[in-house]
Design a protein around this ligand. Structure first.
Ligand SMILES: [Zn+2]
Ligand SMILES: [Zn+2]
Length: 395
């Protein structure tokens, strides 16, 4: 089957997704936007369980694997089997400049054709292609609505601030690069936990995420499994939704559809989650006498003294709750407040934001227990919100 004959099955009807939890104004959905199935006969096993643990997923094979160019057949089968589960067509792109970036395409009759065209034109591992950042982004910018791109597993050496800056250059006509994996995939394997949360460039204080926030840009922090079902018999890894997953905050009103999910990711309205031990009830800034509030992904530009409200619900004790960011563009990003250990159950915290604050604030929560689903590793588990920007000026 060619991508062109795939039209009838690629659009989804809106549905009521099962909310993970609610924040005032938002419903949190769980998803996984980075995983691989290179044996079509295993695709049923690949999705099994994941469709119950998650609200949406993307399949994101590599273009140097021949199976990639028949990925639309797997996607079609998955959608037929689970018609109410948003299953995105994605690609783990051997990117220009860095190593791997995922591109996730909005549902359309042309989604596979767009992904195959990008690979043939601009993938480092596809013969004859031209891996150029500007030309690749230009090609993606022609697609309406635009796909989303995020930087994958940023181990030391994979992605640099200089290369990120090229992707984020405001002279690109459409903002395509919108997210970053805050943590590594493969969390059941030693390579997944090789770097702790203070060292890993995706989530470290003053690391790649903070570099983007310091530019005044929203950025979606993501956690994905990078599950490879075809390698499961050889070396166990966590299947979809068992451990790493991304929570995406969609507007609480109405029934979200696949476009709402991508819109929320574009807006940076996400949390990167390792395991299922913490729900975010509130993370927002407001000021008395000032209308409205800023949610994750928003820019708060009130200027007056304001209040950040943090509300959590935990099923495990918390080792630490840290607020990361800066309150002046003259500062470097740091931990601006350590709230310390917290017990199981609800945690409600307040941080006073001074007048004229400019910068960003994001939350890092670490569990006390290092236990994870078995079989797996023994290591700290983290929960990261994406940032709220403070009156930032885009540079
Ligand atoms: Zn990769
Ligand atoms: Zn991968």
């Amino acid at each position: 089957m060619t991508p062109e004959t795939n039209r009838s099955t690629t659009s989804l009807t809106p549905r009521s997704l099962t909310p993970t939890s609610r924040t005032p104004g938002l419903t949190w959905l769980r998803g996984d936007l980075h995983n691989h199935c290179e044996k079509p006969e295993l695709f049923k096993e690949h999705l099994a369980g994941g469709v119950e643990r998650l609200d949406f997923a993307a399949l994101t094979n590599h273009a140097q694997k021949p199976v990639f160019f028949t990925q639309h057949e797997m996607i079609e089968r998955g959608r037929q089997r689970y018609p109410d589960f948003p299953l995105f067509f994605g690609l783990e792109w051997n990117a220009a400049g860095g190593r791997h970036a995922n591109v996730v395409f909005p549902h359309s009759s042309e989604e596979a054709a767009h992904a195959y065209a990008l690979s043939r034109a601009h993938d480092r591992h596809v013969e004859g292609s031209d891996p150029d950042i500007t030309r690749a982004l230009q090609q993606l910018s022609q697609i309406d609505p635009a796909p989303v791109l995020f930087f994958n597993h940023p181990e030391p050496g994979d992605w640099s601030t200089q290369v990120l800056d090229q992707y984020l250059d405001p002279r690109h006509s459409v903002r395509i690069a919108i997210g970053l994996e805050a943590v590594h995939g493969h969390q059941a394997q030693p390579r997944g936990v090789r770097f702790d949360h203070d060292q890993y460039p995706g989530c470290a204080v003053g690391g790649l995420a903070d570099h983007v926030y310091e530019k005044g840009l929203p950025l979606a922090l993501l956690a994905n499994s990078d599950f490879h079902v075809h390698k499961q018999a050889k070396e166990y890894d966590y299947p979809l939704g068992v451990f790493n997953h991304t929570r995406v905050g969609v507007a609480a009103a109405g029934s979200p559809d696949s476009n709402d999910i991508l819109d929320a990711i574009r807006a940076g309205r996400t949390c990167a989650c390792q395991g299922h031990w913490l729900d975010l009830i509130d993370f927002s800034i407001s000021a008395s006498g000032s209308p409205g509030s800023a949610l994750i992904g928003d820019t708060w530009s009130c200027g007056a003294a304001s209040r950040l409200t943090i509300s959590l619900q935990a099923t495990e004790a918390l080792q630490s709750v840290d607020l990361i960011g800066r309150l002046s563009v003259e500062d470097t990003t740091s931990v601006v407040r350590q709230f310390g250990p917290q017990p199981v159950g609800p945690t409600n915290l307040i941080f006073e934001v001074p007048p004229a604050a400019s910068g960003h604030l994001r939350l890092r929560v670490i569990s006390r227990s290092h236990e994870r689903p078995a079989p797996g590793q023994t290591a700290a588990k983290a929960f990261f919100t994406s940032a709220i920007l403070l009156n930032s000026l885009t540079v």
